[in-house]
Design a protein around this ligand. Sequence first.
Ligand code: ATP
Ligand code: MG
Length: 355
Amino acid sequence: MTPSAGRLYPAAAVETDITTRTQNEAGQTAKAEQPIVAEQPIVKESQAMRKVLRFARRVAESEATTILLEGESGTGKDLVAQLIHHQSRRRAEPFIAINCAAIPETLLESELFGYEKGAFTDARTQKRGVLELAHRGTVLLDEVGELPRVLQTKLLRVLEEQSFRRLGGLQEIQLDLRVVAASNKNLRYAVAAGDFRQDLYFRLNVISITIPALRDRPVDILPLANFFVEHFNRRFNRQLDGISSGAAEVLLAHNWPGNVRELRNAIERAMILEDSRFVTPGSLPPFATTSSEMEGLSAENNGGESCALTPLRESERNLLQQAIERTDGNQTQAAKLLQITRDTMRYKLKKHGLS
Ligand SMILES: Nc1ncnc2c1ncn2[C@@H]1O[C@H](COP(=O)(O)OP(=O)(O)OP(=O)(O)O)[C@@H](O)[C@H]1O
Ligand SMILES: [Mg+2]
C-alpha cells in the first residue's frame, strides 16, 4: 500500500495492542506511520444531526454489513464512519479507510484485493489488500462513486458473497467485513448518468445515512465554532474565551459551501491572527465563497468602490509576520502553525523580505 492509500485506524479502547497486532498481521502493507485515531467527539446541537447520529448508532450495533454515507464535502462523513465502527461489535478490530478517488485505477484493484506472488511481473511476494486487512472490522470506501466500473462489479460480488480472491489467486477467501461507502455526490445521479452500477447502488443503499449540509442546520454553527476554539486553544496553547457577538453574526450569515471543514479552517485561521480574548470579525476570513457573493465582490471592485478583501500578497505577509511573532521567531514552529513545510516558509519569508 502506498502511504497515502489507506488509513489504518485501530480502535480507541485498545489502541496500542491493536496497532501492534495489525502491523504484524498486515505484513508488508500496514504502515507504522499511519495515524491512530481515537473516537472523536462529534458536536450535535441540531435536531437533524441528533437524528443522524441516533440512527448511525443503531445501525452500528446491528448486523447490517453495508452502509452508504452521503453528504457534501466536509459534513463529517469520516467522523460518522468512525463512530459507526466504534459503536459496533467490531470496535476492537481494524478500521481502514481507502479513498477510491485518490489512488490510480491501476493500483486500486491490488490495494483492495491484494495479490498472489507472481500474479504480475512486479508481484514478487504475496500481498494482502485492504479488504483482507480489515477482516472482522470496518472498511470505509471513501468517494465510492469514483470506483472504476470493473471494480464496482468486483465489489458487488464481495458484498453479496462476503468472500473474494486475491489477484492471481484461485482460493476463495471468506470475509467478515462491514463496508461503509461514502460519497459527496448523490450516487443516484451517477447511476442515472450510467457511471455507477445500479445493482451496486441498490446493494449499498439498503441502509443509507445522509449528513445534512451545515447551512441546513445553522443551530450547529456556533457550538461547532466554540468547539474548534477549544480545540485550537489546546493545540496552539492559547486561551481564547470564545466567539464575539460580531463574529457570531458573521458566522451565522455565511452559507458554508465547505461545511464543517470550512468552519474549522476559519476558526483555525482566526486563532492565529486574533490578539483579543475572543474571535472577532476582523480575524475571520473574508467570506466570499459562493458564486453570488463572488459576483457581488467583483461588481464592487469594478465600480471602483473600496474593496473588502486584503490583497493576497499583503495577507500572506501579515500571516507570516504573525506566525513568526507568535513563535518568537522559531521558523519551524511558525511553519507548523501555518501548515506549510519549512522550505516553503523560508522561501516565503525571503520573498517578503522578512528573513
Ligand atoms: N459534528 C462535528 N463535530 C466535530 N467536528 C466535526 C463535525 N463534523 C465534521 N467535523 C470536522 O470537520 C472536518 C471535516 O469532516 P470529515 O472529514 O468527516 O468530512 P467528510 O464529509 O468526510 O468530507 P469529504 O467529503 O471531503 O471527505 C474534520 O476535521 C472533522 O473532524
Ligand atoms: Mg471524508
